[in-house]
Design a protein around this ligand. Structure first.
Ligand code: SF4
Ligand code: SF4
Length: 201
């Protein structure tokens, strides 16, 4: 017989997807994706669930939870990456471009991502300008992959402060061309002094 914890809340698969989609909207992901897709970086490329002129026909928990380098960086810089990851860790059955998530399951933690759409907006403009300024095809996509790799590595060396400092420095250098974003980020941290960036904090 399954055991139930008083802190756990019943949640449907559809509700979790809705919570994720709303949170992504709060990050301004639609604006960032627009720039990324225009520059050939769509993460849905080649997926059998992608319909021309319609978009995704099979919204699932896996793709909703998954973050590319740009979105991961946005949540890392605003100190919300742990919030995101902790929420999605509770959702069972995530796979590649599909899920086996039960229709109803239990979660302990809700998801609070708000007040950062302006930052996503700023990042989208920065990316647009960077893509226009660098004629090499795939410039921003390469940048996305490098940032992604560094943030993942950062989370893998939580017990190695020296390595962490080095990787944090890499992320700082890679994100330094995001001028509008960095300005918004400074304001965000001034208004939210208790928030630190990163996943592990
Ligand atoms: S890779 Fe990231 S920015 Fe590009 S389309 Fe996918 S989610 Fe959007
Ligand atoms: S299933 Fe995932 S990868 Fe495929 S179209 Fe939908 S969101 Fe994109």
């Amino acid at each position: 017989m399954p055991s139930f914890n008083a802190n756990e809340k019943k949640m449907s698969r559809q509700t979790v997807i809705k919570i994720g989609v709303n949170a992504l909207y709060e990050t301004g992901s639609d604006l960032i994706c627009k720039v990324c897709i225009t520059n050939g970086g769509s993460c849905c490329n080649g997926c059998r669930h992608l319909a021309n002129g319609i978009g995704c026909t099979q919204r699932n928990t896996s793709c909703t939870a998954w973050l590319c380098g740009f979105l991961k960086y946005l949540l890392y810089a605003t100190g919300l990456l742990k919030e995101w990851n902790d929420f999605w860790r509770q959702v069972p059955g995530q796979d590649f471009r599909e899920d086996f998530t039960p229709e109803v399951f239990f979660v302990k933690k809700s998801l609070h991502i708000e007040g950062i759409r302006k930052l996503g907006q700023a990042l989208a403009i920065d990316l647009e300008e960077l893509a226009a300024a660098h004629i090499a095809i795939g410039f921003i996509i390469t940048l996305r992959e490098k940032i992604d790799k560094n943030i993942d590595r950062l989370n893998q060396c939580k017990n190695d402060p020296k390595k962490q400092i080095k990787i944090e420095r890499n992320i700082k250098v890679l994100s330094s061309p995001f001028l509008r974003f960095q300005k918004e980020l400074r304001d965000y941290h001034l208004n939210n002094p208790s928030i630190e960036k990163g996943e592990s904090k």
